[in-house]
Design a protein around this ligand. Structure first.
Ligand code: PLP
Length: 483
């Protein structure tokens, strides 16, 4: 494709995107297709000869779009928000056009430096301690972009594992000659049952024992539970080396007791405290919600996904580390083909993560911060919380239902006052309409329906509409039961 052809089709694509998003309300939220639908519509082999752009776009409109779930639909209430906004789309567009691979400062200085600056902006806006802010005086840490919260958790567990093994080798056993793997079986990590499954996955990848602990009745992991298990493991000769706390759990948006857990971790010789706030973390830019971050002074690392709740599209996951040397100690390898003259004075983000190649991801975050301002982003978050509370009120006013979680942010977990089977039935009926999409979870051992306020421009009318659909299907489920 030549430049003038790109100019033309680029403009057409922007028109197509605008029309898609303008009319998205009229589409089914979830498509009506079965597994394998697309292979019946597309050829088995890649085309040998170049094709016309119009033919490609024709297939997008008639074959691809019919299998798309519309995450930006105003009645997409499933999972957590898939962050998106026009400034973010434009940021990614520019990043794709620049097309640099910013693995070191030298490979594209602006790519590294904007990331450093934007992570500091965001860290400060959230209220992270100064140690996490790269440019703060005397700071030991800093922030970096990763692809996902799962990557952040894996990475911090890996760094903590490196720390713990060095501790066992050199301090505890004084046998630096032994291989790292000799010590693996002595390590044990902890998280709550409410934690995201990515913690378990990280432990699997890193060959680590993980204790998944019972939270209290509010879904909050408490210090005494953690302490009891740590003591039990130490009595078995194990080294508690990693704790992952959750702020804003996936199932019910519950919050671990970070302060209590932090105190317990501090009593240990070498125990890393990570905080996963993938969804909730963006809300901490609002002063009235910073109380949810209490205990952060104990944390060694913290992650949040602006690609969930800060209007930035996937992928954009922020990780801050209190001590960046621990990160680079675990990850640095430095072949000659990647070295450069400014290594001593610059940050090379390739030592801050698993992949070598890195996109210019900070552009979209920077565009969003600048176009909305923190005030605009706070309004967006507050609107979602206000609408979630409104939905909670509607549910509570209806004697057939109960709300099962403490609604502090944008997520409401509710259920019919009936057995799990009936609630499963209700969820399936609602989703099959295509008018609304919600997802399930288990909260307090009960099947619940999660209703998350997701859309950037969500309104009270959208919530009313969703509630009307849910109410109608609740009636239907009840009638079927009686007949
Ligand atoms: N942590 C929490 C609290 C989450 O809710 C999620 C996903 O929803 C994750 C981690 C995993 O996120 P990612 O898809 O970025 O790996």
């Amino acid at each position: 494709m030549e430049i003038e052809e790109f100019r033309q089709h680029g403009k057409e694509m922007v028109d197509y995107i605008c029309d898609y998003l303008k009319n998205i309300k009229s589409l089914r939220v979830r498509p009506l297709v079965e597994p394998g639908y697309l292979k019946n519509l597309l050829p088995k082999e890649a085309p040998e000869e170049p094709e016309e752009w119009d033919a490609i776009m024709h297939d997008v409109k008639t074959k691809i779009m019919m299998g798309v779930t519309h995450w930006q639909h105003p009645r997409f209430h499933a999972y957590f928000p898939a962050g998106n906004s026009f400034p973010s789309i434009l940021g990614d567009m520019l990043s794709d056009a620049i097309g640099c691979i910013g693995f070191s400062w030298d490979s594209s200085p602006a790519c590294t430096e904007l990331e450093m600056i934007v992570l500091d902006w965001f860290g400060r806006a959230i209220g992270l301690p100064d140690d996490f802010i790269l440019s703060s005086k005397g700071s030991t840490g800093g922030g970096v972009l990763q692809s996902s919260a799962s990557d952040c958790v894996l990475l911090t567990m890996l760094v903590a594992r490196n720390e713990a093994i060095n501790y066992l080798k050199t301090i505890k056993t004084k046998k630096p000659e032994l291989e790292h793997s000799v010590f693996l079986s002595q390590l044990v990590g902890y998280c709550s049952k409410e934690s995201h499954s990515c913690v378990e996955k990280a432990a699997k990848i890193l060959l680590i024992k993980l204790r998944i602990l019972e939270p209290d009745d509010n879904g909050s992991l408490r210090g005494e539970t953690l302490k009891a298990h740590i003591e039990e493991d130490k009595a078995q000769g194990l080294l508690p080396f990693f704790v992952s706390a959750i702020l804003g759990s996936t199932a019910s948006c519950s919050f671990d007791n970070l302060t209590e857990m932090g105190v317990v971790c501090k009593e240990e010789k070498c125990c890393w405290l990570h905080v996963d706030a993938a969804y909730a973390g963006s809300a901490f830019i609002c002063p009235e919600l910073k109380y949810l971050l209490k205990g952060i002074e104990f944390a060694d690392s913290f992650n949040v996904n602006p690609n969930k709740w800060l209007l930035v599209n996937f992928d954009c996951s922020c990780l801050w580390i209190r001590n960046k040397t621990k990160l680079t100690d675990a990850l640095t390898v430095n072949p000659i083909y990647l070295q450069h003259a400014k290594e001593e004075e610059a940050i090379d983000y390739r030592h801050w993560g698993i992949p070598l190649s890195r996109r210019f991801r900070s552009l979209k975050l920077w565009f969003v911060f600048r176009k909305y301002g923190l005030s605009g982003l706070r309004s967006y978050i507050r609107n979602h919380i206000k609408l979630a509370r409104y939905f909670e009120k509607l549910v509570k006013q209806d004697g057939r239902f109960e709300v099962v979680n403490d609604v502090r942010l944008g997520l409401v977990c509710f259920r019919l006052l009936a057995c799990d089977k009936i609630n499963v039935n209700l969820l399936e009926k609602i989703n099959s309409t295509g008018k609304l999409l919600v997802t399930p979870a288990k909260v307090k051992n009960k099947f619940v329906i999660r209703f998350c306020v997701n859309s950037e421009r969500a309104t009270k009318a959208d919530i009313d509409c969703a509630w009307e659909i849910i109410g109608n299907y609740a009636k239907l489920v009840a009638t079927n039961l009686l007949s």
